[in-house]
Ligand binder design. Sequence first.
Ligand code: SF4
Length: 303
Amino acid sequence: MEHLRYAVTTIRAAAAPDVTVDFNIQTNGVLLDPVFLDLFDEFDVSVGISMDGDEAGHDLHRRRADGQGSYQAVRAGLDLLTSPPYRHLFGGLLSAIDLRNDPVTTYEALLACNPPGMNFLLPHGNWDAPPPGRLPGDAAPYGDWLVAVFDRWYGAEVRETRIRMFSEIIRLLLGRPSNSEAVGLSPVALVVVETNGRIEQVDTLKSAFEGAAGTALHVSRDPFDTALMLPSIAARQIGHRALAQECRSCPVRRVCGGGLYPHRYRAGSGFLNQSVYCQDLLRLITHIHATVARDVAALRPGA
Ligand code: SF4
């Protein structure tokens, strides 16, 4: 607790007067209690909860060492977070996709928590360690799963919540830049500071291979801008020029951007590959494009 207080106050005090520092915590919520939440309230720390759907869906793979599912504990933390004194701290829900769960049931279970926003994560995987349920050829099981959620979300009569992945794809389709590293070609503008002070690349890279995120930089001696000189980070600043040949000629490359960087990894060629989710991204993006284009066309005068 005091570590958190120390970190927040020290970082805020060290920031230049014209720099705004936002603090967000992503947690499964099982340790949330009024003491933590009062601290987050004091320092305006927003809290995101990781939850994967209804109890059956969540507990399918979120299990404790004793085999018990964690849903009830997560739900207790979420109920406390969404109670009147703390509701304003609730940042939203983050859900890892499990193909064994029905997509619409999963979405509606999350929606029942009234989140201000939610997002879905593709499980980490790459060409050497494909994600669960990935099929060869043109099959797009994750794309189909997300299309079902998109249709339920987009087809609602009122906007029930934000879903970041879909909003980002729609922004990109309308010609705007992306604010997410998961899609689009915007330069990646983040580094990770580990608790030992090491400056690293985004930690999801660790899913590719041991040490993939590491750099030799340290906050005690290196300004953050130094990270931009690292070839691995520079490669993520140059948009389509850093894409694999297949992606460069892909019709949805500007929206897809080759997918999340760790998902492109293959031993030998490194990250210069299509995403292991290529067919899924193609399926989702072309579906959203067709849906939005139809609605935009209907708005035209005389349509
Ligand atoms: S859909 Fe596939 S080929 Fe096209 S940009 Fe995305 S990963 Fe590359």
